[in-house]
Structure formats: structure tokens, C-alpha cells
Design a protein around this ligand. Structure first.
Ligand SMILES: *Cc1c(COP(=O)(O)O)cnc(C)c1O
Length: 382
């Protein structure tokens, strides 16, 4: 078969589903209700927003939630609320989205970039412990691609050294670790509702937590330093306006009812792929994964396979893949801060050379359409 790249017929001409998906009737009704109420902002009562964050926190197994404008600010607010700031170090993985480090810098602290496990690409407890210094204040595990980080192992390190854990659950709505939902496992957990995420309001985020005083502090950071129940112009702490709007919450609250079915659909799509015998395989998950929310499917190309050629050839076949992350410390703005030296994070560098992603819109197709992905990989790599 001639590759589409060389003028042959592509495996697939049909587009993949668009994301975000069309509004469902429950979203349309709730958005309309909020629009017509005239109470679009959280400071006008925030009724839909509080219903949403309470339900989201419940899904994460904890009592408290704060809706925020986006998850970058959510990570910032969680760190500040937990008392992490100037002079502190926060350990972040070398294979993640830039916001994991940028939020730490915004909080005034220093991100310490630790290489990921070469197999599962998550923060590993041993490497984290080796990076702990007298200034380390927190660890930020990322539930990459919807696959939970090995939280019990990281929590043991945190307990030994008196560190906070802020979970970056931006990609992992509904994932579970040893049967427990992510987001509620650390001192605080942060979800994103940006356009590409598994639940979205275009933009948005939420911080969830178990401890009441952490909640009060995080709430205050997001509400200009006010005290809950206090007077409007009293600002005992330094804070910012990071609030989520009621319109965002109206798009998100009904989504909680669909999330399970959507995770199952993506799981079925992944399960239907057949890459046996090809020089590509799914990136394994860390121990303890009981439910991967399948935000993305990360695949590793065998050594010697030319990643750029695979990306180009697969796109020509109608199966576009994502190139994934460059190593975090290699991003120019972070490299400039001298956070890591080239060669210091070999596993993240290897992942940047060999890992490709199937992204969520594709995983949301009918699982029978996984045959197109299988066929394109067989054509390009077979
Ligand atoms: C999307 C994402 C964020 C940031 O979320 P925003 O809502 O876009 O600010 C942070 N961390 C990870 C791992 C993400 O994927």
C-alpha cells in the first residue's frame, strides 16, 4: 500500500469528533437559566458555582472545592493557600505541561524539575526523595494523560520530610488510584476545564481539598484576601480575584453526569487498538492505577523509529498524533532560569524523542473507529 505521504489513498478521510462536544440539553437549560437570572458572577451569590464545586469535591472524595478562572491559577492558589511561597522549592516532574512549573514561579517559589520514571513517565518517589533539600516545601505530582501518579509512595516521602502535596489533576477528571479518586489524595488537588480537557467550560479550574483551614486559606487567595463570611472591604490577607463565573459552572455541573460514560468510551477506544507486532506500544501506568481517565493515550515508539516521520505520515493517513511535551526544563523561559542542565533529565528527553499521543477528540470517536488508527499504524510502521 502506498503511503498517503507518497500519494497513496489515506486510511481515513472522515474527520475525528470535534472537542468540546455539542451542548447537551441539561447544559443549555442551566446556561440559559444563569443568563436570564442576570447573576453571571460568583460574587452575586454563586449558587451554581457552589453546587458545582461541592459536587466536584464529592467526586474527588473530599468536602471542599473552590472554583477558579483556570487551573494555572488554581495551582498557584493551592500553593499560596498551603503557605508555599518565596524561598520555598516545589518538586515538579520533567515531563508535564508548562503550567506545572509556571504556577510555582507565580507563587514566588522555585520549581525543582525532577526527571520522570523512564517507563511510566511519572514522578517516582526515589527521584523525588533524592531532590529534597532544606527548602523543599511541596511536591506536585501530575496525573499525566489521566493516569494517576503513584501517590502512596510520594506521600511517604512527603510525610518523612514534612512536605505538602498539590496534585495536578488537570488531565485526570474521574481517575482513581488504588480505588480512591485523584484530586482528593493530597493536601489539595487541581482540575482544569480548559478547552482541551475532559470536562470543559472553554476555560476554568477548581481546587479541592479535605482540610477546612486549607479550604479557608485557598478560598481567601481566590477572593482578594477576604475571610469567608467577613465584610466585603475587609482583606486581612493578600489575595487576588481568581473566581470562576456562573456561566462556566453552568456548563460544568451537568458534565459530571456524563463523565463516567465518556471515560468508558475512551477506554473502549483504547482497548480496541491493536498494535501487536508493531514497533510502538502504550506507555505503562505507575503501580496503583485503578482507573485511567484516558484523557490522552501515550504511545512509545521503539528505538530507531523516526518520530517526525511517523507524525507526518500518520497525519497524511488521516490520523493526526500529538508530538507531546518537550522536556520541561528545556522550554526557553525555564531554561533561562537555569533550573535544569541539558542531560539532567534523560527520561523526559527520551520521551520527547519517542512518545506520541492520541488526543481526546480521537479517543471520543466510536470505538469501532479505532480500526482506522490500527490500520494507519500498520501502514506506516508495518
Ligand atoms: C491544562 C493543564 C494545566 C493548566 O490548566 P489551565 O486550565 O489551562 O490553566 C496544568 N497542568 C496540566 C498537566 C495541564 O494539562
Amino acid at each position: 500500500m502506498t503511503l498517503a505521504l507518497d500519494g497513496g489513498a489515506p486510511v481515513r478521510a472522515k474527520p475525528w469528533p470535534s472537542w468540546p462536544p455539542p451542548l447537551d440539553p441539561a447544559q443549555r437549560a442551566l446556561v440559559t437559566e444563569v443568563l436570564e437570572s442576570g447573576r453571571w458572577g460568583a460574587s452575586q451569590g454563586g449558587e451554581v458555582g457552589s453546587r458545582f464545586v461541592t459536587a466536584l469535591a464529592g467526586m474527588a472524595g473530599v468536602p471542599y472545592g473552590v472554583g477558579v478562572a483556570n487551573a494555572t491559577l488554581g495551582l498557584f492558589a493551592a500553593l499560596r493557600g498551603l503557605g508555599v511561597g518565596p524561598g520555598d522549592e516545589v518538586i515538579v516532574p520533567a515531563y508535564t505541561f508548562v503550567a506545572s512549573a509556571a504556577s510555582v514561579i507565580l507563587a514566588g517559589a522555585t520549581p525543582v524539575i525532577v526527571d520522570v520514571d523512564p517507563s511510566d513517565l511519572h514522578l517516582a518517589a526515589g527521584a523525588v526523595e533524592a531532590a529534597v533539600t532544606g527548602r523543599t516545601a511541596a511536591i506536585m505530582p501530575v496525573h499525566l494523560a489521566g493516569s494517576p501518579a503513584d501517590l502512596d509512595a510520594l506521600a511517604a516521602v512527603a510525610v518523612r520530610h514534612g512536605l505538602r502535596i498539590v496534585e495536578d489533576a488537570a488531565q485526570a477528571h474521574g481517575a482513581t488510584y488504588r480505588g480512591r479518586p485523584v484530586g482528593g489524595l493530597g493536601d489539595a488537588g487541581v482540575f482544569s476545564f480548559q478547552s482541551s480537557k475532559a470536562m470543559t467550560a472553554g476555560e476554568g479550574g477548581a481546587v479541592v481539598c479535605r482540610d477546612e483551614s486549607a479550604y479557608e486559606a485557598i478560598w481567601s487567595v481566590c477572593n482578594l484576601g477576604r475571610t469567608r463570611g467577613g465584610r466585603w472591604y475587609d482583606h486581612p490577607e493578600l489575595g487576588w480575584n481568581l473566581r470562576m463565573t456562573e456561566l462556566q459552572a453552568a456548563l460544568l455541573l451537568p458534565w459530571l453526569d456524563r463523565l463516567e460514560a465518556e471515560i468508558e468510551r475512551r477506554e473502549a477506544f483504547c482497548a480496541a487498538l491493536d498494535l501487536d507486532g508493531l514497533p510502538v506500544s502504550a506507555v505503562p501506568r505507575p503501580p496503583g492505577t485503578t482507573r485511567d481517565s484516558r484523557h490522552l493515550l501515550m504511545l512509545r515508539l521503539d528505538p530507531g523509529v523516526d518520530k517526525q516521520r511517523v507524525l507526518t505520515a500518520m497525519a497524511a493517513e488521516g490520523v493526526p498524533l500529538s508530538a507531546g511535551y518537550p522536556p520541561l526544563g528545556a522550554l526557553p523561559a525555564l531554561a533561562e532560569q537555569g533550573l535544569t542542565r541539558a542531560g539532567e533529565c534523560p527520561a523526559a528527553e527520551q520521551a520527547a524523542r519517542s512518545v506520541v499521543w492520541l488526543t481526546q477528540p480521537m479517543l471520543m470517536a466510536d470505538p469501532v473507529e479505532a480500526v482506522d488508527v490500527t490500520a494507519a499504524f500498520r501502514k506506516v510502521l508495518g
